[in-house]
Design a protein around this ligand. Structure first.
Ligand code: SAM
Length: 296
């Protein structure tokens, strides 16, 4: 059989379904072009107007998947496009048109434009939906082996040193797996700063080039990862994940220490309640120790 003549070789053609009026957020691949849902292809094939953070990237993706433009307009939009462009989009939606919006890669709004648009469309009471799909943060969490019951997506840390330090300090006590995006140039510095702020023993994972040819997942504690990354050239796109802090072991000594501090400004009752809640130990035990301390 001639190569390519087997129907099974052909990429599934998107169904040419009518797309309902309204704004359709479309998630696009974060690497491998085939990571796109059939519904996303339907929306791109059927929307009246295509809107993109980067119109060239969207045209290229549509070419790869054999979706013709058929003369449909492709307009650029990002969160700094200005009021005029926003009003143009709202106007088209108010006319009953269907619009597909895709950011450069992955899920719109996730460290990507789309938030201002979603807010304006919601405020105008116009229809809006999403064709969900790839997102680097979720893909990295899936591969990390870190707890996924609760996670905190922090986006890109600020690049200015002071803002960066307080950003990391704010995350020290978050009881969830932390997920950050970072540029490869700043990765070594970020890991070293996190080791200093969050503690070098915290378990962490670095995911690089997800879904692409050179996909790589590095695991270790923050101190070890910081050292490893400092000794090699890191390229590509990066997600950093950090496990939550392991609660320190509570001993009679640590209860006494916490109580002595609390008793300087609180009554015995209040100090016992505060310390039992902070350390997660029985109030009865803490109260007995507090009484002894206050009487002794
Ligand atoms: N909207 C995208 C999403 O849903 O993940 C994120 C866009 S943000 C501008 C780009 C950042 O996402 C990159 O700098 C990197 O931190 C992360 N990222 C995107 N694609 C990735 C990939 N294939 N592997 C690892 N990280 C990726």
């Amino acid at each position: 059989m001639r190569q390519g003549s087997d129907p099974a070789d052909a990429a599934p053609k998107p169904a040419l379904r009518a797309i309902p009026p309204g704004l359709h957020f479309v998630s696009t691949p974060i690497g491998t072009a085939r990571d796109i849902t059939l519904r996303a292809l339907d929306v791109l094939a059927g929307a009246d107007v295509l809107v993109a953070e980067d119109t060239r990237t969207l045209r290229h993706l549509m070419e790869i998947h054999g979706i013709p433009l058929n003369g449909r307009p492709v307009i650029a939009y990002h969160d700094h496009s200005g009021e005029g462009q926003m009003q143009r989009i709202i106007g088209l939606l108010a006319e009953g048109k269907s619009l597909a919006y895709a950011s450069e890669a992955g899920t719109p709004l996730i460290s990507d434009p789309g938030f201002e648009l979603a807010r304006a469309v919601a405020a105008a009471g116009l229809p809006m939906t999403a064709a969900p799909g790839p997102c680097a943060a979720v893909c990295a969490l899936t591969l990390s082996g870190l707890p996924s019951d609760r996670f905190f997506f922090a986006g890109f840390p600020p690049s200015a040193q002071g803002a960066r330090r307080s950003f990391l300090e704010d995350m020290a006590g978050v009881k969830a797996t932390l997920i950050l995006y970072e540029s490869p140039k700043r990765l070594a510095a970020l890991l070293a700063e996190m080791a200093a702020t969050l503690g070098g023993a915290r378990q962490a994972v670095v995911c690089r080039e997800l879904t692409k040819r050179f996909e790589e997942v590095l695991r270790g504690d923050l101190a070890t990862l910081a050292e490893e990354v400092a000794t090699r050239e890191i390229k590509g796109e990066i997600v950093v994940l950090v496990d939550r802090a392991v609660p320190a072991e509570v001993t009679e000594e640590s209860i006494v220490e916490a109580l002595d501090t609390a008793l300087r400004s609180m009554s015995v009752k209040d100090a016992a309640t505060f310390v039992s809640q902070t350390l997660g130990v029985s109030r009865k035990i803490v109260y007995r120790i507090a009484l002894d301390r206050s009487q002794g």
